[in-house]
Design a protein around this ligand. Structure first.
Ligand code: HEC
Length: 111
């Protein structure tokens, strides 16, 4: 055996990468369904401003901020006003913490 040889099955890498990508895609789809269910998409779209800001603009605004996720969760739970324009976002007190976190991660990863 050549010294320094690391026995990683390289031929398996594309399989692993595809599986990971598929899982990511499914997670994003599940969260989009969550956004649909909670009516977020009645006021928001990922790439364009509707009643509320485009999610990609929200992601850009919070990019690099350590507490971005916490801030976005608070905005969704308690509602938000005056950050983006004249219209306020109503509060969403019934969404669970776990779902709020999923939504925040999804919004903040929008491109
Ligand atoms: C009735 C319309 C409406 C609905 C429904 C709505 N939003 Fe909003 N959203 C807005 C408006 C308007 C703003 C801008 C508020 C502001 O200027 O502070 C906003 C802002 C936001 C922001 C940016 C907050 C910030 O801190 O900058 C996020 C994130 C967001 N909404 C996510 C959501 C999610 C997730 C849902 C579903 C649970 C949702 N919105 C449902 C209208 C809505």
């Amino acid at each position: 055996m050549v010294s320094g040889y690391i026995p990683i099955p390289w031929h398996m890498l594309p399989v692993a990468a595809t599986a990971a990508l598929l899982a990511l895609g499914q997670a994003a789809q599940a969260t989009e369904a969550l956004a649909q269910k909670n009516n977020c998409l009645g006021c928001h779209a990922v790439a364009t401003k509707l009643v509320g800001p485009a999610y990609k603009d929200v992601a850009a605004k919070y990019a690099g901020q350590a507490d971005a996720q916490a801030q976005v969760i608070e905005s969704i739970r308690k509602g938000s006003a005056g950050k983006w324009g004249e219209l306020p976002m109503p509060p969403h007190p019934k969404i669970s913490d776990a779902d709020l976190k999923k939504l925040a991660i999804w919004v903040l990863s929008a491109k």
